[in-house]
Ligand binder design. Structure first.
Ligand code: DGL
Length: 264
C-alpha cells in the first residue's frame, strides 16, 4: 500500500509524522508550495490543485490519499468525495472527535481564513457535540510565518497572541489546532495559553482513523520504518531545510514536481 499525503507546504508533516507511528506502508508526501497559503484560495482553485495532486499520486502508485490540510478538507472534499476512485481522508471529523473527547464544553478553533469562513467546524460541532459551544478564529498570518520556519520568533508570538485573545476572552477550555501547520507552534501555544486550556492536535486521531480504515497488510501495521518520499511544487531546497528544522531529523532528498501551467 502506498499512501499519498498532501498539504500546501510543511503543515501536513504534522500528519505524516503521526501516520508513520502507525504504519509501515509507503508514505508519499506532496507539499504544494507554489500555491501556499491555501487559506487564501477559492474552492475552485483548491479543487483544481486537488485533482492534479491526486493524479500525480496515482502515477506514483498511491492507492489512497490523506488530505493533511483543513482548508482543502473543508472546501474541496465535500465537492469531490463521490468522484475520487480511491479512498480519500479529510481531517475535520477526526479533529472534532478528538476535541469532544477532552472538552469541558467550550471549544475554540484556530484555523485559516478559508476554513473559518467555510463554517465546516461550526456545523460539525453542532452535529456531533450539540451541548458544546464552539468559537472559530481565523489566523491568516501564521502559515507564512511557519513556512518561513519562524516558529518561536517574536513576530509569530505577537500574531498568535492577537488571534488567541478573542478565544481566551470567551473562556475556552479546549483549543483545536484547525490547521495542520499549527502543531509546530506547540511551544508558543503552551506558553501563551497556560496549563488550563487543552490543546488538540488532530493528527494522531486522523492517523489512527486512516490506519484502521485502510486494508493494510499485517506487515504494514508495525510502527515506523516506512519508506517515504517527499515532493513539492516549488523550491525543494527551502522545503527540505524548513521541514528538517521543524521535524528535527534528516529527510530523504526532496524532489520537485511542478504543477501544470504554474511556476515551479
Ligand atoms: N495546513 C493547511 C490547513 O490545514 C493549509 C494552510 C494554508 O496553506 O493556508 O489548512
Amino acid at each position: 500500500m502506498v499512501i499519498g499525503i498532501y498539504d500546501s507546504g510543511v503543515g501536513g508533516l504534522s500528519v505524516w509524522r503521526e501516520l508513520r507511528r502507525y504504519t509501515n506502508a509507503r508514505l508519499l508526501y506532496f507539499g504544494d508550495t507554489c500555491h501556499v497559503p491555501y487559506g487564501e484560495k477559492s474552492p475552485e482553485q483548491l479543487e483544481t490543485y486537488f485533482w492534479e495532486i491526486v493524479g500525480f499520486f496515482q502515477t506514483q502508485g498511491c492507492q489512497s490519499v490523506v488530505v493533511a490540510c483543513n482548508t482543502s478538507s473543508a472546501l474541496v472534499l465535500p465537492r469531490v468525495r463521490d468522484r475520487v476512485g480511491i479512498p480519500v481522508f479529510g481531517i475535520i471529523e477526526s479533529a472534532v472527535q478528538a476535541a469532544v473527547a477532552v472538552s469541558g464544553g467550550r471549544v475554540g478553533v484556530l484555523a485559516t481564513r478559508g476554513t473559518a469562513e467555510s463554517g465546516v467546524y461550526q456545523t460539525m460541532f453542532r452535529t456531533i457535540y450539540p451541548q458544546g459551544q464552539v468559537f472559530v478564529q481565523s489566523a491568516p498570518r501564521l502559515v507564512p510565518l511557519i513556512e518561513a520556519g519562524q516558529i518561536t520568533a517574536q513576530v509569530t508570538r505577537d500574531a498568535l497572541k492577537e488571534y488567541l485573545a478573542p478565544l481566551v476572552g470567551r473562556g475556552v477550555d479546549t483549543l483545536v489546532l484547525g490547521c495542520t501547520h499549527y502543531p509546530f507552534l506547540q511551544e508558543l501555544l503552551v506558553d501563551l495559553l497556560g496549563p488550563d486550556v487543552r490543546i488538540v492536535d488532530p493528527a494522531p486521531s486522523l492517523a489512527l482513523h486512516v490506519t484502521e480504515e485502510l486494508p493494510l497488510e499485517p506487515a504494514e501495521m508495525g510502527p515506523r520504518g516506512a519508506g517515504t518520499g517527499f515532493w513539492v511544487s516549488g523550491d525543494p531546497t527551502t522545503f527540505q531545510e524548513t521541514a528538517e528544522r521543524l521535524l528535527q531529523e534528516k529527510l530523504p532528498t526532496v524532489q520537485c514536481h511542478p504543477m501544470a501551467g504554474e511556476r515551479a
